[in-house]
Design a protein around this ligand. Sequence first.
Ligand SMILES: [Zn+2]
Length: 477
Amino acid sequence: MSNLTDVGTIIDVLTPEFTALSDAIWDHPQLRWAEYDAVDRHIAVAEAHGATITREIGGIPTAFSAEWGTDGPVIAFLGEYDALAGLSQASGSTECAPDPDNTTGCGQGCGHHLLGAGALLAAVSAAKFLAEKNLPGRVRYYGCPAEEAAAGKSFMVKAGAFADVDATVTWHPNSRTFTRQTRTVAYAQMYFHYRGVASHAGAAPHRGRSALDAAELLNIGVNFLREHMPDSARIHYAFTDVGGESPNVVQEKSSIYYVVRAETVAEMRELYERVFDVARGAAQMTGTELSIEFDGASAEILPNDVLEEVLHRNVTELGPIPFDADDEARAKTFADTYEAKELASERALMGLPRGDTRVLADVVPPMDITQPRQLISGSTDVGDVSWVTPTVQIMTACMSMGTAPHSWQFVAQGKLPAAHKGMVYSAKAIAGTALDLFTDPNLLAQARKEFEETTAITPYDCPIPDGVIAPPLRNRA
Ligand SMILES: [Zn+2]
């Protein structure tokens, strides 16, 4: 009997409780740093299963851990729960329409309700497995806030939360299943606040200094900068304050929120320093004052080949996700809302044969460690954890192929049976992986050896500058 068979039986028994937890988080979506309801629900379930809870990790109100066991190595499961603004969407609907019961206007556009509940299901089940077999090992679940700010875990890492962790396992909902980690890019976000002087725009414009002009010149400068940066780098922005609503007033204040991404933390830092120069130039040109508020950052992922092989072995043993004809038919109604080329490109990535028409990705591509890793220009704060402890993450099909993250279709499919099946599958895959590390010390030692050899040459470069604290703590200081 493998570890996976036994823990799979435990997971099957617990599935209804954790499916209900996932649905409840979907029903009460909350934005980054304010996931109080989700944290209470996760803690209640973890406590009911005998966990010892540590609240407010690093002082962050919605960061916590749950732990089982007293001795042996520490294997951690990472969970998330935050939603995205403006993505309220009726469950199961194939029309873009808000959920009538949703009072917050936000929605689970990245499936973090599944991620948090599924990782907790895995942690509870792994702990039960160890207790039943009287085996040593400490299972820890981290409730991680604000993944959508790509910074919750980064601040937790900076606070030393992962210092005693031997390895970390996690997962993420997706439209495909794969065990080979893609490369993600480093990420930083910051506000530029401009202060000018208000004045009558018609009668006394010479006495005014426009903060709005400064923000516009910053954007224009960055547009010119984009030609002279690496192809894989990205810069995005959102206005958060454009001054007032009266065009006949010279706008006294403006704020603009920037995101800068590049392949490594060092490249990202170099790039945002150039953006800072442009921002200062805009202040000089307009005679306004600039203050820069660094908001958060995360590092690129450091993969671990040894852990990926263990994960892949578990997934191979599990076989395909047990989607049925109803799941496929339901997924098809969503797939019909995408362009054919989106589906074709996903089918190609899955390595499906020509003419294959399925829309639920129930196959796992083979693990080929000789192939270069795909680079995606997205980011995750799992990156920071991966630089302080060996980490592995499975992407699991929970949605129809072609479904883009952060879309209304992703929200709409979040409570369907296929999404629940993906969640349970992931729980089995990561619980099985963690238990292999607990029961075969040699595997854990190999994973740590790979990690230590890499980080001895390239140590963790914390992307958050000294003195920057997590956003929920700033007003308290
Ligand atoms: Zn996500």
